[in-house]
Design a protein around this ligand. Structure first.
Ligand code: GDP
Length: 446
């Protein structure tokens, strides 16, 4: 029914003449569409604005590959950037800190966000997947039904709940849960705090009291993924006043487009750990940033599309590089690409020995005393050069050398070593290029 973002972007670019690189104007036009898509997916305006600006810088000047349209290429850049923002440094999204038993987990959020359901889902997961003994307690003194609800869910999933004692305050229940968790030998105890329709002082105060009593290892904010931008305000307030360690986004089985996830991550900087995908107790997944990214962009097949594009880009890059090498062209950009490739492949030993033509380079690197930390420094040095200098490093004067070395936190002698390496590589490429029968081709193929 709706045009997908990809269609729209392709449309934008098909009207433009094909060029060698994405121009600033092309990218701007495409990113206007991306911005609309983000807002439609409920990403908050300031977050969408910042995001688009960051992508703009990244995309401008990128070479356009033959097999994808520039529009698709921008989508790929956007997609990757979305994953970057969503994932942050969150390598194991579903991991909770639950050592030192009994480990308290505080569950906070607005009423109706799915807090009680998520508490039980998480308890089930900890029990069944992690083999932990879990105790759940409801602190919702305003709604007796909420306490009952947790007890029923507990029975359903075979997880203990703290017996209900009428007339206790939330603080009293928290203390009792803490004691009971220790006495009963539980690994984890989960505190399902009271929710309200809106954030108010009493709600925050109660959660803060419970926090101070139990000193939780994790404080998980449960947010309804369908509420879009409101979710961000909620997250901001809870994080400011209580301090959260992660977010569980519920109702991601619904029609919302997932923009709240992006806004939340960008605004609070706290990781999204879990995603709720239904009312059933097993409908909880750890967070997969690539799924949300695909959803925000509104393209089911985006992932395969960009992966294909990526492969093509790499193949074309290699081919372009080889053509240049055969002509004996090997500048700092090439060197940087090689260095980065090596980092990606996990160190130099393996890759060097795989490529016959690269043996010589390895010799030079050993001579220079290079290991992986040096790789990183070499890349930093190249990054401090201007575009012109990278393409043509022999133009470097002494004063610029000093600046570049200082910019990368290194000595001029380090830079000279790098320059020597680039010169030698360039000479080597030239020689190999002249040899008959595409020896370089062989070497590149490894
Ligand atoms: P609380 O007031 O925050 O404790 O919210 P509840 O846990 O009682 O959940 C409110 C309603 O949302 C219940 O009917 C749940 O079954 C439902 N719910 C919770 N999580 C999800 C989810 O991930 N997907 C869907 N579709 N419904 C959910």
């Amino acid at each position: 029914m709706f045009e997908t973002l990809s269609d729209r972007l392709s449309g934008v670019f098909d009207r433009l003449t094909k060029q060698g690189a994405l121009s600033e104007d092309d990218v701007k036009t495409a990113l206007r569409e991306v911005r609309v898509a983000l807002l439609e997916a409920d990403v908050s305006l300031p977050v969408a604005r910042d995001f688009v600006k960051a992508v703009q810088d990244k995309a401008t000047g990128q070479a356009v590959t033959k097999s994808v349209t520039p529009g698709q290429q921008v989508v790929k850049i956007v997609h990757d950037a979305l994953i970057d923002v969503l994932a942050g440094d969150n390598a194991n999204p579903g991991e909770l800190k639950i050592d030192n038993p009994p480990a308290p987990i505080l569950m906070v959020g607005l009423q109706g966000s799915g807090k009680t359901t998520t508490t039980a889902k998480l308890a089930r997961r900890l029990t069944q997947t992690n083999g932990k003994r879990v105790l759940m307690a409801s602190l919702d003194t305003n709604r007796p039904a909420a306490m009952e609800q947790l007890a029923i869910l507990g029975q359903q999933i075979g997880v203990d709940t703290l017996p209900i004692v009428k007339g206790e305050t939330a603080q009293q229940i928290a203390k009792r849960a803490k004691t009971q968790a220790s006495l009963g030998g539980y690994d984890v105890y989960m505190l399902d705090t009271a929710g309200r329709l809106h954030i108010d002082e009493e709600l925050i105060q109660q959660a803060a009291d419970v926090r101070d009593i139990t000193n939780p290892r994790e404080t998980i904010l449960v947010v309804d993924g369908l509420t879009g931008q409101d979710a961000v305000n909620v997250a901001e307030a809870f994080d400011r006043d209580i301090g959260i360690t992660g977010v569980a986004l519920t109702r991601m089985d619904g029609d919302g487009r997932g923009g709240a996830a992006l806004s939340m991550r960008a605004v609070t900087g706290k990781p999204i750990k879990f995603v709720g995908l239904g009312e059933k107790m097993d409908a909880l997944e750890e967070f997969h940033p690539e799924r949300i990214a695909g959803r925000i962009l509104g393209m089911g097949d985006i992932v395969s599309l960009v992966e294909k594009a990526q492969q093509t880009i790499e193949a074309e890059q290699a081919e372009r590089m080889m053509k240049r090498f055969q002509k004996g062209q090997f500048n700092m950009n090439d060197l940087k690409m090689q260095l980065e490739q090596m980092m990606k492949m996990g160190g130099m030993e393996g890759i060097m020995s795989m490529m016959p033509g690269m043996k010589k380079m390895k010799g030079q690197m050993d001579e220079a005393g290079m290991d992986d930390s040096v790789l990183r420094q070499q890349i930093a040095l190249i990054n401090s050069m201007t575009k012109k200098e990278r393409a043509n490093p022999q133009i470097l004067q002494a004063s610029r050398k000093k600046r570049i070395a200082a910019g990368a936190g290194m000595e001029v002698s380090d830079l000279n070593r790098l320059l020597k390496m680039q010169r030698q590589m360039s000479d080597m490429m030239k020689k190999m290029g002249k040899m008959k029968g595409g020896m370089l081709k062989q070497a590149m193929k490894g």
